[in-house]
Design a protein around this ligand. Structure first.
Ligand code: 4AD
Ligand code: MG
Length: 431
């Protein structure tokens, strides 16, 4: 006979009070008090207290010996109990031990390194379950937004001979007798695809051999990218804004409890996220920073302290546009009113800095070739890409969002590694 299984969430919502239920999950905590043992049982929806005693379960001595992370099935009656975490308790009549766990390597107060070494176990922690639930919702929100806007999903190769974002962060891979790289971006292939498919997007891994150890860089991250023919710069900013707002709304709907726990109740900031986001130029950003006492000169890239100062000044994400062309990628379109600047933007948010980078694309082949040469690139590898400017070139634009960065922002994480289940950083690729 098949049993009906109840989940913890329904019990904590008071849906089964006074009834008998069957639950299954893992022992999160145990507490022995004389002839009673209190087990906190965790399932993917929450944690609830189970009361067992010598008089109520047959295998009490077995239950008493169980260590945390043992898996069990429980039958019992649901009772309201103010002393129990969450306000409910299951008074067990049967406990079936599915697997009695060994001594768990994670107890209390461990170093960051120990938790990273045991990441395959740490992802069972309530904090990681909350973050990974938000992560799932973020992916759903991005797909939903682009599909709703009529964008098709398009995939590009991961093994590639090209440097989309410059040579300094490429991961080389032996390719038989040749050398190729792990993709830094989907963009250059997407620029070829829009001539046929039109508006397209992706969510895929990107790879950056970033030697700088910062709290917001991974070597492998998930990249949501979009590209569209005929897309103008202003419409591109609106698309980025629309996507961010949709994701915020989706996550607030699906993961309100998770966000409240992770953000320690501070939801007013997220509730306020709606279009339009403020827009300032790079020049304005430099002026603001100088007024704030920074030594920033025109032409400098912003570091973490500068980005923090800028984002703290606004109640919403802020667009910085019109960067000097020297500090941006070769493919960015020169601004029509001043060709020392590009029609590129970074969208910045508190606690993270750059969340999105995007631009209108340079359509003139001579200018692209000149910029590639300046970067020391081998033009022969880019000939296929330059064909996009030989055969029916059209104005177009796109952007890329670091998915872990939006999770970091939404969950107010101190470090980007907690936004991904198995982080890859310069000094870690295990487990
Ligand atoms: O600004 P980036 O380098 O732009 C591009 O790759 C463009 N080709 C995107 C496009 O226009 N299609 O990267 C885009 C975003 C950044 O804004 C940041 O959020 C994220 O990707 N990002 C990283 N996230 C985690 N770890 C890293 N090492 C990252 N590098 C970039
Ligand atoms: Mg960038």
């Amino acid at each position: 006979m098949s049993k009906e299984w109840t989940n913890v969430e329904e019990i904590l919502e008071g849906k089964h009070t006074g009834s008998e239920v069957n639950l299954r999950g893992w022992i999160h905590r145990t507490r022995n008090i004389g002839n009673m043992v209190f087990l906190n049982l965790r399932d993917p929806t929450g944690v609830v207290q189970i009361m067992t005693s010598k008089d109520t379960v047959d295998n009490f001595s077995e239950v008493k010996s169980l260590l945390i992370e043992s898996s069990i099935k429980v039958k019992g009656e649901v009772a309201e109990d103010k002393r129990a975490p969450g306000g409910y308790e299951i008074r067990a009549s049967e406990v079936e031990v599915v697997h009695a766990a060994d001594v768990y390597p994670i107890q209390e107060d461990h170093s960051v390194e120990h938790l990273l070494d045991n990441r395959h176990l740490w992802i069972r922690s309530t904090k990681m379950i909350d973050i990974l639930s938000v992560r799932s919702s973020v992916f759903g929100g991005i797909h939903e937004y682009f599909r709703k806007e009529g964008y098709k999903e398009f995939q590009s190769p991961i093994l590639t001979p090209l440097a989309c974002e410059g040579g300094s962060t490429l991961f080389p891979v032996e390719y038989f007798d040749d050398k190729v790289y792990l993709a830094q971006s989907w963009q250059l292939y997407a620029e070829a695809a829009i001539f046929g498919l039109g508006n397209i997007y992706t969510i895929a891994p990107s790879f950056r051999a970033e030697k700088s150890r910062t709290p917001r860089h991974l070597t492998e991250y998930w990249h949501a990218e979009v590209e569209g023919p005929w897309l103008e710069f202003e419409a591109l900013l609106e698309l980025a804004e629309g996507m961010v707002c949709h994701v915020v709304e989706k996550v607030m709907n699906e993961c309100e409890d998770e966000l409240k726990r992770l953000r320690e109740e501070d939801m007013s900031y997220l509730k306020n996220i709606a279009p339009p986001f403020p827009r300032i130029t790079y020049q304005e950003a430099v002026d603001i920073l100088q007024k704030e006492g920074f030594n920033t000169k025109y032409g400098d890239d912003f570091g973490t302290p500068e980005e923090k100062a800028l984002t703290d000044m606004f109640e919403k994400p802020v667009f910085v546009t019109h960067y000097p062309k020297e500090i941006k990628a070769f493919y960015m379109k020169r601004a029509p009113e001043d060709d020392t600047k590009v029609l590129g933007f970074d969208l910045m948010v508190p606690n993270v800095g750059e969340l999105i980078g995007g631009s209108a694309r340079e359509t003139e082949i001579d200018s692209l070739e000149a910029r590639l040469k300046e970067e020391g690139e081998d033009l022969s590898i880019y000939q296929w890409f330059l064909d996009t400017r030989r055969f029916g070139s059209v104005p177009h634009a796109g952007f890329g969002l670091g998915v872990e960065r939006i999770i970091m922002w939404l969950c107010t994480l101190d470090h980007i590694r907690d936004a991904i289940p198995f982080p890859r950083t310069p000094n870690r690729y295990r487990p």
